[in-house]
Write a protein that binds this ligand. Structure first.
Ligand code: HEM
Length: 410
């Protein structure tokens, strides 16, 4: 059997909604096959209702940009909520279209401009330095833990949460939302602890909003309070927004940083190059996002029948947009499987999405990763794997459950 035939026959039995598919380091092979031979692929009902997949760069870009034909108003990822209903549907920023989406985005937009984000640099750098120094002192660490505080503290600073509460927030966020990993999510004890931590998190949010009602500040929580006063948000919507902001940039950025270290370890020449020339930090951040692609996919629902690659996506059917596959598409990127910190590309990567729902935290994520790479080059001389890293069982987040490494200082 030729390799292509073997992959095709295996594909007939692969359920792309099964998170275990992504624990295989070789899962890129499946998506390479899809891009080349089945660019619009129907995944029949299995663990979830059936759905289409687009895997090529230009299709992912086109579907994501066309928010009129492809709606976000149902649910925006694969997962159990496709059976049970999604509480964010039609309410949360990520789950609405058109004018309501614009209205919601405008509530927080100004807090996310590169200028506003730039003001957080000293805080974020101090968290990176503290995390790396602690890890270097320990010598052997699980790097997934090492970088856990970075995204939570960065979002907390933006939300207006005082520094003394950052660790509390990390603990509550970790317990409430846990990990994207399917094995962790399925444990009943983890689910009970998650519900309790989430309740505590919402009480914390409510308390913070009460404080800002009395004494407004220049922060996101104050904006959420103001939007309630003007009738744009209910209190419950404001809390959903708080949740979304904490969640949206948490595991994505964390696994971006873990993936960055692993990519640099795999490509010591690229690490040396970056260490010697920090002018490459910005392209390196873009390359980390493209190569690692911490967000694997998003989901859209067709509002009308659409013809694509000789097949019809029917109105009401859902389409998974696999960013991580688009980012490895040789039609868009030269040598797509090569990690090149100085990559010059004609097209932008899709790791942060595209179109109306383009990642609102893009500037924040980029700053976090830039400071992380900068301090990593300054502080960590070399790193070695203590065991093979274990991939997350997740269709949503591309990352690692465990990445145990030993680190040596410069
Ligand atoms: C490496 C880090 C990150 C990655 C890979 C990432 C990826 C993405 C992607 C792919 C989308 C598009 C979702 C869609 O089209 O349905 C998105 C949207 C979003 N991201 Fe990020 N993100 C990252 C960091 C952040 C950060 C730091 C925040 C800060 C709070 C954030 C908050 C959001 C929000 C609120 C949205 C929804 C925007 C909308 O629906 O209009 N993200 N992100």
């Amino acid at each position: 059997m030729s390799p292509a035939t073997a992959v095709k026959s295996a594909l007939d039995h692969i359920d792309l909604a099964d998170p275990q598919v992504f624990t295989d380091p070789d899962h890129h092979r499946i998506f390479r096959y899809l891009r080349d031979h089945a660019p619009l692929h129907w995944n029949p009902e299995g663990s979830e209702p059936g759905f289409w997949s687009v895997t090529r760069y230009e299709d992912c870009l086109a579907v994501q940009k066309d928010g009129v034909t492809f709606s976000s108003a149902g649910t925006n990822t694969l997962g159990a909520q496709r059976w049970t209903g999604d509480e964010g549907s039609g309410r949360m920023l990520t789950h609405v279209d058109g004018p309501r989406h614009t209205e919601l985005r405008q509530i927080v937009n100004r807090a996310f401009t590169p200028r506003a984000i730039g003001r957080l640099e000293p805080y974020i750098r101090s968290v990176v330095v503290e995390s790396l120094d602690e890890a270097l002192e320990a010598g052997e660490v699980d790097f997934v833990d090492t970088v856990a505080l970075l995204p939570v503290a960065s979002i907390a600073a933006l939300l207006g949460i005082p520094k003394e509460d950052w660790r509390l927030l990390l603990n509550l966020t970790t317990a409430a939302f846990g990990s994207a990993d399917q094995d962790v999510q399925l444990s009943p004890s983890a689910r009970a602890a998650a519900a309790a931590a989430h309740a505590q998190l919402l009480l914390y949010c409510q308390d913070l909003m009460d404080q800002r009602r009395i004494a407004p500040r220049d922060d996101i929580v104050t904006r959420l309070v103001e939007a309630q006063r003007t009738g744009k948000l209910t209190e419950e919507d404001a809390m959903l927004f708080f949740d979304l902001l904490l969640l949206g940039g948490n595991e994505t950025t964390r696994h971006g940083a873990v993936g960055a270290l692993l990519a640099l370890m795999d490509h010591p020449d690229q690490w040396r190059r970056l260490r010697a020339d920090r002018g490459l930090l910005n392209p390196a951040v873009g390359e980390v996002l493209r190569y690692v692609s911490p967000s694997k996919h998003v989901l859209r629902r067709a509002e009308r029948d659409v013809e694509l690659h000789g097949q019809t996506v029917r109105a009401g059917q859902e389409v998974a947009i696999w960013h991580f596959s688009a980012n490895r598409d040789g039609r868009a990127f030269a040598d797509p499987d090569v990690f090149d910190v100085g990559r010059v590309s004609d097209v932008p990567h899709l790791a942060l999405g595209s179109g109306p729902h383009y990642c609102i935290g893009a500037a924040l994520a980029s700053l976090e990763l830039r400071l992380f790479l900068d301090e990593l080059c300054d502080r960590v001389g070399s790193a070695e794997l203590l065991e093979p890293p274990v991939r997350l069982a997740s269709t949503v987040i591309g990352g690692f459950k465990r990445a145990r490494v030993s680190l040596r200082p410069v």
